[in-house]
Design a protein around this ligand. Sequence first.
Ligand SMILES: Cc1cc2nc3c(=O)[nH]c(=O)nc-3n(C[C@H](O)[C@H](O)[C@H](O)COP(=O)(O)O)c2cc1C
Length: 313
Amino acid sequence: MRFCGLELAHPIVNGSGTFDAIAARRAFGDALLEAFPFSAFVSKTITLAPRDGNPPPRLWETPAGMINSIGLPNPGLAGYLEHDLPQLAQLPVPLITNVMGPTADEVGRLVEAIGERDEIAAIELNVSCPNVSTGLDIGADPESLAALVRAVRPLTAKPLIVKLTPNTADVAAVAVAAEAEGADAVSLINTLRAMAFEPRRGARARPWLGGGSGGLSGPAIRAVALAQVAAVARRVSVPIVGMGGVASGEHAWELLGAGATLVAVGTQSFRDPAAGARVATELKSLQNTQKPSTRVNMTEAQVEVDTNSVDSS
Ligand SMILES: Cc1cc2nc3c(=O)[nH]c(=O)nc-3n(C[C@H](O)[C@H](O)[C@H](O)COP(=O)(O)O)c2cc1C
């Protein structure tokens, strides 16, 4: 299949920050390369300067998901290019590098530097970053997002994927702005802003996570992802990378039905590092075995085909 000019073996990729390919290579050796679980690899978010991330604790398990407050630890642009890129370039699939910055100038410097590297097939812009002047997430506001994409789009010929935030009133309006300014694709959903409080009793409940709040992911957000992908698919014609709570081929199949072209597996990979490969296999067999079913929105012609097949069996 093709996505933004890239030839991919199947539609399952990883969600940024949820699969450490360098650590996995250390753990599984070349076996990882022989059975790589994704058809493209998306790096964790890279910022211009190195970041240590948030103070611990960084994770909290909810009844149906996980809140993380990792805080985007990363080696910075120079560290990524020097240390991570040579290792990620050995993966047997196209590499997509995810970048983020608080200003268009900073994002532009990242996009330009990443754009010069042949080992990198595409760039994903993480826009869940506070705008330094307004304090609002850049990706929460169509105008801020449009200004950012307008500024950085001319700086690279590589495919540009804008990773939308779900923490906005109208995600489709933001997607429309990204497409209008030249994004080649959009990806969604990122984590939903969330909090957890210390389980200990005391005079006053206190936030658990070192960063105060974090982002909810996993099964709890899958229904939100389906609704947001469907809403975006109705308004844009660029391809969509859908994600949020995917743990099976059926979940991926539903996101494709909502309008996604690719599906990313995120939190599930923490439970099972081979989840991506399993989801891809399950999806393929589901797509091959799907039979027409009686759906409320079927056309008369389809109902006739169904009725015929029932009659003749
Ligand atoms: C531990 C963790 C780290 C993440 N790091 C990043 C990141 O660096 N950049 C990014 O754009 N999204 C990041 N995400 C968001 C995921 O890529 C994905 O959008 C989100 O988790 C929803 O998918 P899921 O429910 O399958 O995990 C992270 C998510 C988790 C759980």
